[in-house]
Design a protein around this ligand. Structure first.
Ligand SMILES: NC(=O)c1ccc[n+]([C@@H]2O[C@H](COP(=O)([O-])OP(=O)(O)OC[C@H]3O[C@@H](n4cnc5c(N)ncnc54)[C@H](O)[C@@H]3O)[C@@H](O)[C@H]2O)c1
Length: 386
């Protein structure tokens, strides 16, 4: 195979974005051949642009006209369509989250393991952003010393009521499976697990529908512990503006801060724990050198992940975001909410079946009345985390 023939499932906000850069030829050796949406009217413009159109994703998958799918539908369908695509012999790039909850993610990954020659990747585009690759490299190099504390205050995922009304699936247990953690912040939870590994315990305090008329969480504070000794807090909201995005990592050799598109490393000239053990005075700290670590934002992170997906299929290149890694962010999002509901810490790994049972109970008992209306989403591109 010299070119990957791709079918796109779901042409909502992000599906349209994917279609545009693919049709503009931004991903080499990848030909967008077909799009699928349940509503034929929405398919008309794509038909006019020369694409095959389908209202039934299964029929598209089994048509023999595509080698891979990009799934850009609401969350629960990521699992069902992902499994269907793998069973049809296709490679799969699935939008985040890889599934609506951990038990579903396990089902999807089990199916992928049964089809080892096919690629399953997740759309976690922050992994190509230089600010995060730089932080990851610094941690791996040991330059921060022993990691002591992480805090991520990420409250600038502001969303309006109109946003939540723009789709029947949004912000419901039945359609989305969670709120700010599972949707917006999932990218940050992916980065957190990617740079630090999974925590050993999670205690979440999640407020459901605190700032919007929704039934899922839109404000969360979580406390995390890692077996390597670090502790952390993760705070998020979709109800706060202007909001903050500050990631701070404190190690024995210094403090790294990412805020306002600026990465700064305050480097201790002596390891602080060593200083603490050996100093003969009581209050002074090691001398510090400040380093500004300039970076550029990636110009097209989604296209970069698709480019890597194509290289994985055609050349056997390693994936930047393997599907299996997608489990981590789902598990963190689920754990923070479940811990809050239980009123106690969750020792990881999370019992996925227990959370699924709780979720099913919530879906069954829901009295939530969802309002859906046509909403302009022309400002969607502003939602991409820069
Ligand atoms: N990676 C990113 O930067 C990013 C950004 C936004 C959204 N997302 C993710 O992408 C997914 C979609 O989000 P969105 O904002 O585009 O939602 P959306 O509601 O705007 O679009 C989803 C589309 O999927 C279609 N759909 C539903 N079931 C389908 C099926 N069985 N077959 C074909 N089409 C079907 C719907 O008709 C709808 O048009 C979500 O998982 C979301 O978390 C990722």
């Amino acid at each position: 195979m010299s070119t990957l023939r791709l079918g796109l499932i779901g042409i909502g906000n992000i599906g349209r974005h994917h279609a545009e850069y693919l049709l503009a030829g931004k991903v080499g050796r990848c030909e967008l051949r077909a799009v699928c949406a349940p509503n034929p009217v929405k398919l008309e413009p794509w038909k006019e642009r020369g694409l095959a159109v389908w209202t039934d994703a299964g029929a598209m998958m089994r048509s023999g006209t595509i080698d891979a799918v990009l799934i850009a539908t609401p969350h629960y369908q990521h699992t069902s369509l992902g499994i269907e695509a793998l069973e049809a012999g296709l490679h799969v790039m699935v939008e985040k989250p890889i599934s609506a909850h951990k038990a579903d993610a396990e089902r999807l990954l089990k199916c992928a393991a049964q089809h080892p020659k096919q690629i399953l990747a997740g759309m976690f585009q922050l992994r190509v952003e230089p600010r995060y690759t730089r932080i990851r490299e610094l941690l791996e190099s040991g330059r921060l010393g022993k990691l002591q504390r992480v805090s991520w205050l990420i409250t600038d995922w502001f969303r309006t009521d109109a946003y939540y009304s723009s789709g029947g699936w949004r912000a419901t247990w039945r359609g989305e499976g969670g709120g700010v953690l599972l949707n917006q912040c999932l990218h940050n939870l992916d980065v957190l697990s990617w740079i630090l590994g999974m925590p050993s315990s999670v205690r979440g305090f999640a407020q459901l529908g605190r700032w919007h008329n929704i039934e899922v969480e839109d404000q969360v504070t979580a406390y995390l512990e890692w077996s390597h000794g670090a502790t952390g807090v993760f705070i998020t909201s979709t109800g706060e503006a202007p909001g903050t995005n500050r990631l701070e990592l404190a190690g024995s050799k210094g403090r790294l801060v990412l805020e306002n598109n600026k990465l700064t490393f305050l480097e201790n000239e002596t390891d602080a724990l060593e200083w603490s053990r050996t100093a003969t005075v009581g209050f002074s700290k090691p001398a510090v050198t400040e380093h500004d670590l300039p970076f550029e934002n990636h110009p097209a992170p989604h296209a970069a992940l698709m480019d890597n997906f194509v290289a994985a299929v055609l050349d056997g290149a390693p994936l930047i975001a393997p599907g299996a890694d997608g489990m981590h962010s789902v598990e963190l999002a689920n754990s923070m909410v479940y811990s809050s509901i239980l009123g106690q810490s969750i020792q990881m790994p999370l019992d996925g079946a227990a959370w699924e049972a709780e979720l099913q109970r919530r879906i069954r008992d829901s009295r939530f009345e969802k309002t859906v209306r046509e909403v302009t989403t022309d400002d969607f591109a502003q939602s991409f985390r820069r």
